[in-house]
Design a protein around this ligand. Structure first.
Ligand SMILES: [Zn+2]
Ligand SMILES: [Zn+2]
Length: 379
């Protein structure tokens, strides 16, 4: 018997609905494990429209964007602003094409990037594991380091040759919890390489306007406040409109699934950042309707943020129990106990790693490398 579909897994409906005053929900098709559509919201004003998160790169998305806009009496040339909640490709794919057609400004957090964290963080990580340096990672301002690394990556990306070798190095470096020989397989490396070099310019938008936490941005004729909500990614931004109580949640708070929290990030403790960001959105008063990037609009943002946080605390408890059972073990062994078999893989390992690192940085766990060079955790 197949399990009932979660709302985030539903196929993209062709229907365009006004979910709040001058805010249209347009579902675009995506095929990503666990997700069936991404919501692009069109915010209408007297100058045309702003769109939030215009889907994956590619022709299927573009056809859907045109089709959905048409139903609202709009064309791509009417879009004056593209707002990107975070740097995942299902959220910015249509941006380049829209900008080409309309000259729209592209707005995202200044930490917007694509291609995964560079190896700098992993070296830093190595350092912490490999020595008795008491300069704790957790005490360092995450975003400052993040921005320094991004700046380095950005400079390198401007030089095609250095970009190529940078990407190559990044893609052949094993995940931080793996041993030195456990590189991604060749097919995956080639896919990453083509994605990060050849395809990059075609679908990676140039952000023309950066938003910071607390900035005000005018959309649908109203003033929205930007909230930097790192966790799911380092650059995640939500928008809140106090006038109508609408809240654009991106992937930070989803209605029925918990957003992926990966351990390979510019953030030293992505889970800690995520908790912090969940608390911040839970504090906002007057939210009437949360508009997520996947799934249906929902009312209780505070309650949903709290239950996502509770879910991760349960997972941390599960890890503590698993450790009692299996003792010192590598990330893969913890992952196989924490996740059901159908979810096993890189994403589950990365999320397990994020949880284990959270415990390590809270001094509840220790980690060292075993004879194979793999990180093993002792809780
Ligand atoms: Zn995402
Ligand atoms: Zn997403």
């Amino acid at each position: 018997m197949s399990r009932p579909k979660r709302q985030e897994q539903e196929d993209a409906s062709e229907e365009v609905t006004e979910v709040a005053k001058d805010i249209l929900r347009m579902q675009l098709p995506i095929q990503i494990p666990g997700l069936g559509h991404v919501n692009m919201y069109a915010l209408i004003d007297k100058d045309g429209a702003a769109v939030i998160d215009p889907g994956l790169p590619g022709t299927a998305t573009w056809a859907a964007i045109r089709h959905r806009l048409k139903q609202a009496g709009l064309e791509p040339r009417h879009i004056h602003t593209v707002f990107i909640t975070h740097s995942h490709p299902d959220h910015f794919g249509g941006a380049v094409q829209i900008q080409k057609e309309s000259g729209a400004k592209i707005v995202a957090h200044r930490a917007f990037h694509f291609g995964g964290p560079s190896t700098h963080r992993q070296h830093r990580h190595e350092h912490v594991h490999g020595s008795h340096d008491h300069h704790s990672e957790a005490s360092v301002d995450d975003l400052t380091i993040h921005m320094e690394m991004l700046e380095r990556d950005r400079r390198r990306a401007q030089n095609p040759v250095r970009n190529f070798f940078g990407v190559l190095k990044r893609m052949t470096t094993p995940a931080p919890w793996k041993g030195p020989r456990e590189r991604p397989d060749l097919r995956q490396r080639l896919r990453w390489l083509s994605f990060s070099t050849v395809g990059r310019s075609k679908f990676l938008p140039t952000v023309t306007h950066h938003v910071e936490h607390g900035d005000v941005i005018k959309l649908a004729g109203r003033e929205w406040f930007a909230l930097h909500t790192p966790g799911h990614t380092a650059d995640h931004v939500c928008l809140h409109d106090p006038e109508t109580g609408a809240f654009l949640a991106g992937d930070h708070v989803l209605p029925s699934i918990t957003p992926h929290i990966g351990g390979v990030s510019y953030l030293s403790d992505p889970l800690k950042s995520f908790f912090y960001s969940l608390d911040r959105v839970g504090e906002i008063s007057g939210v009437e309707l949360a508009l997520p990037a996947h799934g249906h609009p929902f009312r209780d943002l505070k309650g949903r943020a709290a239950s996502i946080k509770a879910h991760h605390h349960e997972r941390l408890d599960e890890l503590r129990n698993i450790a009692k059972d299996i003792g010192t073990a590598d990330v893969n062994s913890f992952m196989k106990r924490l996740f059901r078999e159908r979810s096993w893989g890189d994403m589950a390992e990365s999320e397990t790693y994020a949880h284990l690192e959270h415990l390590r940085l809270a001094r509840e766990a220790e980690a060292h490398r075993n004879e194979k060079g793999r990180l093993v955790y002792d809780l």
